[in-house]
Design a protein around this ligand. Structure first.
Ligand code: ATP
Ligand code: MG
Length: 650
């Protein structure tokens, strides 16, 4: 089968800036290769050595117990996740800022490690007083406020299992998740602020709790001071409980494999899965990858813009950076409030050095235009990161120039809720980057692009991304559905972890993640990824974002349908439609000529910002949407697309 080179925009690799490499933890590709080889030769010694990054009450007796598809890491070890993230920094860094929180209205609160410790201890005592036992599940439905991180750390401290439910979810989504994880306590707030408006979290939580028989207590943070409905006996104010609680709490040791949290995936591909992570392996790989991928140094000011409701927020707002004793910026609100330069204003004010955001956010910044950026200095930045979706090379380059001023390396980090931590990414002082590629697997990670039989495919051929060996932060199961865990991840290609993403590996061993396996398009016997066509579209000056799907076609097998959102200052027209079709055909080849280009003001996305191509595929194929839309951010987007389609047909 003939394949196309998707790296239409590929040029020479960009070496890490010399100044950066000189001071970096891993300063050359050679050093990376050595570390990689050592880990590959003896993974257990390698991870056993890395485990010293954590504080242990009892050292593990065995690194790995692997009975496929079930892994136990650091067997026999005892630790406390919260102790690792807070207490152990008190000796040297009690007065170092731990959380630097910015409210949407611009007010700020800073917690040093000593202050964070005090609040985590108090809330841990609250949980104990309420009778929380190790293994009990606590659902957390909160805005981006410090109490969210405190609730997670306190839950971990007493051995409870938290399940954070993104603050934008509906009552039904909450009730579904609570029923699945059987939470006894729900922690929420009277409300949150988003674009200056109040999000009535307690009201939504109340509606959900009508269908949550397992919930015994609901703890409510006072954030907006709005009146909220109250159920005596069930509802309790956070601040009243905290006031009464002692500031001292000794962190108890828990087993390495003690469950830490359940988190539901974003639902891009279907019904969300309750991914279960446990303590030591998860924390270790988060701690270790934060150091390496972000080249974390003692004086860094680190900002990951992800909502804590997603795995990125778990691993790289809370656990990874705090376990390293880093100073973490946390922002409550929207990136365009009060104006579209809010992020850059925050970067300058806090002197942020490491900025980690999503590919979808980068495309939004690009669409908003550089005038929002030019008013800010951004001189404190030294490293940029991206996650969540493949980043189109045009967006990568824009990020590099407009935000990083050609000075900051970009780490394009590939990972999943299931992987727990970053598995494929450049090391910023070592790895030459290629815009659009997550580059090379981290040491200890054996990633291969294979066919359905598990055989590696050649350079430039599309295959399935797999991880060949267990890794410490891997999911342990899908909560309550171990059979689905085995089926979904470990049996499609026997013996290896199947990530569900299509990818290519180039001649230098660089991995190019092309998107979901389901998003690969077959036109007249050729396999194209939606990502490569989208990348071409996004490189056109009129286009802000694009989503490409296939619709069955009697002659070609599948026909290409593009949904395109335009940049500010461009209007839909027949001429532009034709121009975009020609542009794709001229750049990739006539085989890739779209059959249809539809203009839309917005694309349907999950609440974590990922494009939901499966809904667009349904729309393009059946003219209707019937699949699971519970994680869709805005149903109106689909309604508008349906209406536009009906208007077109008239
Ligand atoms: P669901 O599994 O419910 O459909 P989801 O896969 O969107 O949800 P996450 O676990 O948050 O939920 O996302 C992981 C996916 O995001 C990866 O499988 C991959 O498709 C995509 N992804 C993440 N980072 C990158 C990256 N740097 N490059 C390309 N794709 C990425
Ligand atoms: Mg997924």
């Amino acid at each position: 089968m003939q394949e196309f080179d998707p790296h239409v925009l590929e040029e020479k690799p960009i070496p890490p800036p010399e100044e950066f490499s000189k001071k970096a933890r891993i300063g050359s590709l050679d050093e990376y290769h050595k570390m990689y080889a050592a880990a590959q030769a003896d993974p257990e010694s390698f991870w056993g050595e890395q485990a010293k990054l954590l504080h242990w009450f009892e050292a593990p007796k065995k690194v790995l117990d692997w009975k496929p598809p079930h892994a136990k890491w650091f067997v026999g070890g005892k630790l406390n996740v919260s102790y690792n993230c807070v207490d152990r920094h008190l000796e040297k860094n009690a007065n170092k800022p731990a959380l630097m929180w910015e409210a949407e209205d611009g007010s700020t609160i800073q917690y040093t490690f000593a202050e964070l410790h005090e609040r985590v201890c108090q809330f841990a005592n609250v949980l104990l007083t309420l009778g929380v036992k190790p293994g009990d599940c606590i659902a957390i439905y909160m805005p981006m406020i410090p109490e969210l991180a405190i609730a997670m750390l306190a839950s971990a401290r007493v051995g409870a299992v938290h399940s954070v439910i993104f603050g934008g979810f509906s009552a039904t989504a909450i009730a579904d998740r609570v029923a699945d994880c059987k939470a006894k306590i729900l922690i929420t707030a009277d409300g949150g602020f988003r674009r200056g408006k109040i999000v009535p979290l307690k009201e939504t939580a109340d509606a959900a709790m009508k269908n949550c028989p397992t919930i015994e207590k609901c703890i409510v943070v006072r954030r907006t001071k709005e009146e909220v409905a109250w159920q005596e006996g069930r509802d309790l104010w956070w601040h009243e409980l905290e006031e009464k609680a002692s500031k001292e709490n000794i962190a108890a040791p828990f087993d390495s494999e003690h469950p830490l949290y359940i988190l539901y995936t974003s639902g891009t591909t279907g019904k969300p899965k309750g991914v279960l992570h446990t303590s030591a392996g998860y924390l270790l790989q988060c701690t270790w990858s934060t150091q390496l991928v972000f080249d974390l140094q003692e004086d860094d000011i680190y900002w990951c813009t992800a909502d804590i409701g997603w795995v990125t927020g778990h691993s790289y707002v809370v656990y990874g950076p705090l376990s390293n004793g880093a100073s973490v910026v946390m922002y409550e609100g929207a990136p365009d409030f009060p104006q579209k330069d809010r992020f850059w204003e925050i970067v300058d004010r806090y002197k942020v050095t490491i900025f980690y955001s999503s590919a979808t956010a980068v495309r939004a910044f690009m669409a908003w235009g550089t005038e929002w950026i030019n008013a800010h200095k951004l001189t404190s930045l030294r490293l940029l990161g991206t996650v969540g979706e493949p980043i189109n090379p045009a967006a990568w380059k824009w990020y590099f120039e407009a935000i990083g001023k050609n000075r900051c390396p970009i780490v394009d980090t590939w990972w999943q809720t299931e992987t727990g931590s970053i598995l494929i990414s450049p090391l910023p002082g070592a790895t030459p980057t290629k815009p659009g590629s997550a580059t090379l697997p981290l040491p200890g990670v054996i990633a291969k692009v294979v066919n359905m039989k598990g055989e590696p495919v050649g350079p430039g051929e599309t295959g399935y991304l797999t991880i060949q060996k267990p890794w410490p932060s891997m999911l342990r199961t899908i909560y309550g559905d171990d059979e689905r865990y085995a089926r979904e991840y470990w049996t499609r290609i026997p013996g290896v972890y199947f990530a569900g993403d299509a990818a290519q590996c180039d001649k230098d061993g660089y991995i190019w993640v092309l998107g979901r396996v389901d998003d690969v398009i077959k036109v007249a016997g050729h396999r194209l990824s939606s990502m490569e066509i989208e990348s071409v579209l996004v490189s056109h000056p009129a286009v802000a974002e694009a989503a490409v799907v296939a619709r069955p076609d009697e002659i070609k097998g599948e026909a290409i349908v593009c949904f395109v959102a335009l940049r500010v200052g461009h209007e839909p027209s027949k001429e532009l439609r034709k121009e975009l079709m020609d542009y794709v055909a001229n750049t990739i080849g006539s085989i890739a000529r779209p059959s249809d280009v539809r203009f839309t003001s917005l694309l349907p996305k999950t609440r974590s910002g990922k494009i939901m191509r499966r809904l667009l595929r349904e729309l393009a194929t059946k003219g209707a949407v019937t699949g699971d839309t519970t994680t869709l951010e805005d149903m109106a987007v689909i309604e508008r697309l349906l209406k536009a389609q009906a208007d077109d047909e008239e």
